[in-house]
Design a protein around this ligand. Structure first.
Ligand SMILES: Nc1ncnc2c1ncn2[C@@H]1O[C@H](COP(=O)(O)OP(=O)(O)OP(=O)(O)O)[C@@H](O)[C@H]1O
Length: 561
């Protein structure tokens, strides 16, 4: 129960039983004397329910720890917090210095597991952090123009979002702090640093390993951690203010979310993911192959009964959604098999190439032999043996060769002139023709071989280049921002968790984990006309908003005072 709620004299209307069941009690109106003792209630059952004594670590281990393990196995996971303004969504996801939340614990866990597995493969961790504010998507790590959503093979992606390659928990923490300072917040009646945007942290883990037979396995798992903006109602008197626009857009996204949940539960063919940016971004988490956890945050105060009932209703509905089972390992094998196929093909081509070269050498030898025999024929009258050898060219035996040669020498130098010159000339002519034809044939074969060899060489070169590219993918993909990384003796090495946090700066405001180092950094007062967390921290203690505040469902008039 929040301090304000206690001060307003609220009673606890929520009871958690068996770590699963939630009993919600609706007390009768104080002025309704006849029904004063009447109690109405509702019961909801969930996979897990947490009473207020639960630690952040228990919430993390029950809801998210398993997903982190699955992400390392190459499956996608999403965790999102849903609930009314001030119900504790940001506390659950980010937490405080003393009690870090799901995002922090998940990242810490992820890096611990990676460190333990680093001996058997390469891990690349990439990070992006965005917010959806007034139906525009913004990069929280390098704020600038709104981003456009587009759909590709990996699902819905924000085009041009900064992907940081992270090496340690510390680095991720620094990035999160920075991103969180850029997040749009406003003081509301229920929460001084109320998040006016939906924030999505995406961590992509790529794992690459070579097995014994030198096959390369590549697994990619994506973890999305989502802190939704609070649900609330815009009042009629507040219609033209920026706050009402924010509220309307937040409600629009959440309404779209509830429509998607309804459609998914009812098994409809068309799921209206395109109705809002938020549902577009959650498409994978809700309707795709993904392990998804929804954390519903509620206040135990009876003053928030309506909001609580609403939240529990949607969480109960969402429980029925069945996401597709993802078997990323099969995809991984597919990818690696392609790699193996290419490697096999490369080996086969190299072997074939070698054989072709041997063949070419043999043919060249034959050609030389023929040329020599042709010379012999020119210089001397043919003998039956020399004609025989011309008709059946072969890689002649050394013995035969020497025999031919001696015959040739003997005949050139010592044989007396033949009487039948006309017949000899005719034979020489014939032999010349044969030699010429053979030479032509050899030239053609040589040309063919050269072309084949060139083609094979090209294929081999292409395959080698592809293999090299595949090996480099992890390195080229990320934008490394070395300046963000603390200088370490060995930057690739993962740090121990004891280096994780920096000293807190005392603040009288909400002690969000992410606000801790803000006082040290130059404060950004506004960003595109919005207030951000850094703005709130640099201001003196915020006065309560003068704007009419959206109320909880059953607001008592004295609560405003
Ligand atoms: N379980 C908890 N234990 C201690 N404090 C909590 C807990 N949950 C919430 N709080 C405190 O309640 C206040 C409101 O919580 P938080 O900002 O997380 O709400 P929210 O649901 O994110 O609200 P909004 O939707 O407006 O952003 C914070 O000061 C937070 O520290």
């Amino acid at each position: 129960m929040a301090k304000k709620e206690k001060e307003a004299g609220s009673r606890c209307c929520v009871k958690i039983v068996n770590k699963k069941d939630v009993y919600l009690t609706e007390f009768a109106n104080e002025n309704d004397y006849l029904r004063l003792k009447r109690l109405k209630g509702r019961h909801f059952s969930f996979d897990a329910s947490f009473p207020d004594s639960t630690t952040q670590h228990e919430v993390y281990t029950t809801t998210t720890a398993e997903l982190v393990e699955e992400v390392l196995q190459g499956r996608n996971g999403s965790v999102f917090c849903y609930g009314a303004t001030g119900a504790g969504k940001t506390y659950t996801m980010l937490g405080t210095l003393e009690n870090p939340g799901v995002m922090v614990l998940a990242i810490k866990d992820l890096f611990t597991s990676i460190r333990q597995r680093s001996f058997d493969g390469n891990h690349v961790v990439q990070l992006s952090y965005l917010e959806v504010y007034n139906e525009t998507v913004r990069d929280l790590l390098s704020p600038g123009r709104p981003l456009v959503l587009r759909e590709d093979k990996q699902g819905i992606v924000a085009a041009g979002i900064t992907q940081y390659r992270a090496y340690s928990t510390d680095e991720v923490m620094a990035l999160l702090q920075r991103g969180n300072q850029n997040r749009t917040t406003e003081p509301t009646r229920a929460n001084e640093t109320s998040s006016r945007s939906h924030a999505i942290l995406q961590v992509v883990v790529e794992y690459r390993v070579k097995d014994a037979s030198m096959n390369i396995f590549n697994r990619v798992g994506k973890l999305s951690l989502i802190d939704l903006a609070g649900s609330e109602r815009a009042l009629a008197t507040d219609q033209r203010t920026l706050r009402s626009l924010e509220g309307a857009n937040i409600n629009r996204s959440l309404l779209a979310l509830s429509s998607c949940i309804n459609a998914l539960v009812e098994g409809k063919k068309h799921i209206p993911f395109r109705n809002s940016k938020l549902t577009q971004l959650l498409k994978d988490s809700l309707g795709g192959a993904c392990n998804t956890v929804m954390i519903a945050n509620i206040s135990p105060s009876n003053l928030s009964f309506g909001e609580t009932q609403n939240t529990l209703h949607w969480a109960y509905r969402a429980k029925e959604i069945r996401t597709k089972t993802s078997d990323t390992n099969e995809e991984v094998i597919e990818i690696s098999e392609t790699g193996t196929d290419q490697a096999k093909l490369l080996l086969e081509l190299q072997k074939e190439n070698r054989e072709l070269r041997v063949q070419l050498t043999c043919q060249q030898q034959k050609l030389l032999t023929l040329q020599a025999q042709s010379l012999a024929a020119n210089a001397s009258p043919p003998t039956p043996s020399s004609v025989m050898s011309l008709e059946t060219p072969s890689t002649a035996q050394p013995k035969e060769k020497s025999k031919h040669r001696s015959t040739f020498l003997t005949r050139t130098c010592f044989t007396p002139e033949s009487k039948n010159r006309g017949a000899e000339e005719a034979v020489v002519k014939e032999l010349r023709l044969i030699v010429k034809a053979l030479e032509l044939e050899m030239a053609r074969m040589k040309k063919d071989h050269a072309t084949q060899l060139k083609q094979k060489d090209d294929i081999i070169r292409e395959l080698s280049r592809k293999n090299e590219k595949t090996a480099e993918v992890g390195v080229k993909k990320g934008v490394t921002r070395a300046s963000l990384r603390p200088k370490e003796p060995n930057p690739g090495e993962l740090k121990s968790p004891s280096h994780r946090f920096r000293s807190p700066v005392p603040t009288a405001k909400k002690r969000s984990f992410w606000d801790i180092t803000t006082a040290n950094s130059p404060s950004v007062t506004t960003l595109h006309g919005r207030k951000t967390r850094s703005h709130i921290i640099s201001e003196p203690v915020a006065a309560p908003s003068m704007l009419p505040q959206p109320g909880f469902a059953r607001q008592r008039p004295d609560v405003h005072k």
